[in-house]
Design a protein around this ligand. Structure first.
Ligand code: SF4
Length: 431
């Protein structure tokens, strides 16, 4: 039986879909591209913004059109939202599966469609060089704009031994970088009395070479104690932190219920840079939160410029039913054109900041995990999340970690040349 999967939204959704794809392949399903005709379409949807929800519904419509006989399943946050609101836009044509344990429950559901003969035709999913592993689900924080805790519920951590087994399995399959992700990663372990840093130390100790990167980490959960133990793990962990800022205006941060102010955020970044000057700090910034004045916005612009993020994800506030900010939008919402204008301003700044960050690494060496090679041009990310292109690299290098010197800065990426270890002790020389 053929199955096509479409994933929208966050890295947690992506990690859940990846795990599902590999289990489905082991269980006799043939994984096909979403653009192909399939017997079954599974859409792992997102509801974090109105736009994400719209795209999810669009994917469902595409699947229904592609094969009118196909079974279409919708899971993820959109499924939960629809169920909560008792909505069914497709009049029963789509199976809505708002499951907690996606992998287990979906496999159980799909088990009824797999014939014993299909079990004999395994098709292994493609192996990746970089893979996401979900370690936690849910959030107890309830930021005033966020629908996620309402849909995903409270914190639930995966058992450390299960995570370790998954990570070890990925390493044996050739994965070189693992991104640990969760809905609120910093909350990992609260429910099982196992701090996240202990998990990370366990994973580093019990694996060989694979390097670890963290997905988003809430600033209010990052402590100096954590950072000292993190950086003590050396090259096995990436000097990269994604710290969602959301706003550079204190009154807005307070209304968002984020749990920090700009002074706290600033000192956190200072601490990070004192510890590791080359660290990459990336972020999410939301514009047009209800009541955001021009002055609030300008404060955000100045703050972002002062921090100098290496990458910024900029998006407009989107009212989600059931959250306090949904009510405020009616009373003090920012006009749509204004939101768009603010978004554009920050996107320009994001581009400039990224360029400035990359420039610091001209003539410096970084380590790149080669993810792909096309016409002799390799592509991958450095440990500090710089997109790097390396000319003259053969395809056999895919999946290898190469040391390179950055020698050119382009708009969206940098160009580098490989190094070879010198016979002289401690030295490296250019190829
Ligand atoms: S910390 Fe805030 S933004 Fe993040 S998932 Fe929890 S409620 Fe949502």
């Amino acid at each position: 039986m053929r199955i096509a999967i479409k994933t929208l939204g966050c890295k947690v959704n992506q990690a859940e879909s990846d795990a599902l794809v590999s289990k489905l392949a082991q269980n006799g399903f043939e994984i096909v591209d979403f653009s192909e005709e399939s017997d079954l379409y599974l859409i792992n949807g997102c509801a974090v913004t109105q736009e994400a929800e719209r795209k999810t519904r669009q994917m469902v419509r595409q699947a229904l059109r592609r094969n009118t006989q196909a079974l279409v399943l919708l899971t993820g946050c959109t499924a939960r939202l629809l169920l909560e609101e008792r909505r069914d836009p497709w009049n029963g044509r789509v199976v809505i599966l708002p499951v907690q344990d996606k992998e287990k429950e979906i496999l159980e559901y799909l088990g009824q469609f797999v014939s014993p003969s299909a079990q004999r035709h395994h098709k292994v999913s493609s192996s990746r060089v970089r893979s996401w592993v979900k370690v936690e689900d849910g959030c107890d924080h309830f930021c005033s704009y966020c629908i996620v805790p309402h849909l995903r519920g409270g914190v639930r951590s995966e058992p450390p031994q299960k995570i370790l087994a998954e990570v070890q399995d990925l390493e044996t399959k050739g994965v070189k970088e693992i991104v640990l992700c969760g809905i609120n990663l910093g909350y990992f372990g609260r429910d099982i009395a196992f701090p996240f840093i202990n998990l990370l130390e366990l994973l580093v100790r019990r694996t060989g070479q694979v390097r670890f990167r963290l997905s988003s980490f809430e600033p209010f959960l990052l402590t100096r104690f954590f950072l000292e133990r993190y950086f003590a793990l050396g090259r096995r962990v990436c000097p990269h932190f994604h710290l969602p800022l959301q706003s550079g205006s204190d009154p807005i941060l307070q209304k968002m219920g984020r749990g920090y102010d700009t002074a706290f955020y600033r000192s956190l970044v200072d601490t990070l840079r004192q510890m590791v000057p080359s660290v990459a700090v990336t972020t999410d910034v939301m514009v047009g939160f209800p009541g955001e004045t021009e002055e609030d916005f300008q404060n955000t612009v100045h703050f972002c410029r002062a921090i100098g993020f290496s990458r910024m994800h900029v998006f407009s506030f989107s009212p989600r039913p059931g959250t306090p900010a949904f009510r405020w939008e009616k009373e003090m919402g920012v006009r749509c054109e204004e939101k768009k204008q603010r978004e554009r301003t920050l996107l320009e700044l994001a581009e400039e900041s990224r360029y400035q960050y990359h420039r610091q690494f001209l003539d410096k060496n970084v380590e790149v995990v080669v993810e792909s090679v096309r016409s002799g041009m390799a592509f991958g990310y450095s440990e500090n999340y710089i997109p790097v292109r390396i000319p003259g690299v053969p395809e056999e290098k895919i999946g290898e970690v190469v040391r390179v010197t950055i020698n050119r800065i382009e708009r969206d990426f940098v160009v580098a040349e490989p190094l070879v270890e010198s016979e002289e002790p401690g030295g490296v020389k250019h190829v």
